[in-house]
Structure formats: C-alpha cells, structure tokens
Design a protein around this ligand. Sequence first.
Ligand SMILES: [Zn+2]
Length: 211
Amino acid sequence: MSKQERCLHFDNGVQCNNTIKAHSIQRNQSLSTLAKDGHVYQISPSIAARRHQGQSIFEKTGINKASTFLGFCQKHDSELFRPIDTNKLIPTEQQAILYGYRSICRELFVKQNSSDFLSSILSFPIDNPAIEQLTRGVLIGTEFGLESLHKCKEVYDSALKTEEYTKVRYIVFSESKPPIMAFSGLLYPHFDFQGNQIQDIIDFTTHNEET
Ligand SMILES: [Zn+2]
C-alpha cells in the first residue's frame, strides 16, 4: 500500500511524473536536530516487528528515510515546502499552514491506501461472516474519515493556491530546550483545551472537524 505513489499537491497533474519519498516531518528543521550521525529512532512500521511480544519496537533509521511517504513529486515538494525546509519556524501563517498541509496529505495518503486495500479484500468472498462484518465496519469508518480529510485538504488547497493564509487557525507550543522527539499526525479531538466536548465521533451523521 505504501508504494502506491502519487502527488497530492493542489496543482497536481501530468507533470508530476517524478514522485519522491517526501517527509511528513521536516528533515532539515526537525529530524536533523534530533539525529546522531544522521540517524534517528522510529517505531518500526514492519508487521513482523509489531508481533514482537505484542509491542512496538524502535529501529534506527537514516533521516533521509524516516517519516517519508510517496505523496509528492520532486518539483512540488521542493517548491511548496521551501519556507519550512530552509527557514526556521518563526512561525508565519504560511509556515503554520505548510506544517499542517504535510500532515494532512500524509494522513490522506495512508487512509486512501487503507480504503483501497479494504475494498480489495471485500471484492473476494470471505468465509467467516464475523470477519466480513468487521472489515465492512472498518471500511465504513475509513471512508468517513477520508471524506472529512478531503474536505479539510480543500480548505488548505484553496489557502495555498490563493496565498490567503488567514483561513486556517493554529496554535504553537514552544519550549526553551531542544526537542527530544518529533511527530506529525492528525486526530479527531473529542474535547477542547478547557475540557468541553466539541463533537461526538461515534455520530456518523455529522461531519467531524479533523485537526
Ligand atoms: Zn506534483
């Protein structure tokens, strides 16, 4: 699934013929700060490693490979993300959007692959009704999440295309010490920072705000 390459840039098209391993976490500004001799530790993505006594294990990975996905062509990746790849985080509104955009595109890439994979499983007969029901349930949830992600990406696409960066709100937490870890991801928050419930993620009839 992870080898299904494509460019998720808002202006993608026939010119995107050179897909690269794009970083979901910035190599120059984040990974290089953590790295020792050009390497970091990341949770192993291999299924064999996950079976290791039921626990995830860490593996040493070069920063050119860590956190990468095949979701951008070389031209679009280097052009679009230059403000965060070559400059320190200030942050400007443009930088905040670009950090978010990389996370959203990576999540969309993974979820689309997952949806395609589940659909392909269900195109074959499944003997065990319980497994079939479970797989259909996971597919429904995945497609629901994917639809929300597409809507979210459209907002970012439009902001980046028109260079109107005020459409997206962001919050930055800073610390005086150098970081010891880096991550990039999305989640559906149940509660805001004051503890108020902001959505019910089990309710499929309303659209959730992925953040
Ligand atoms: Zn492209």
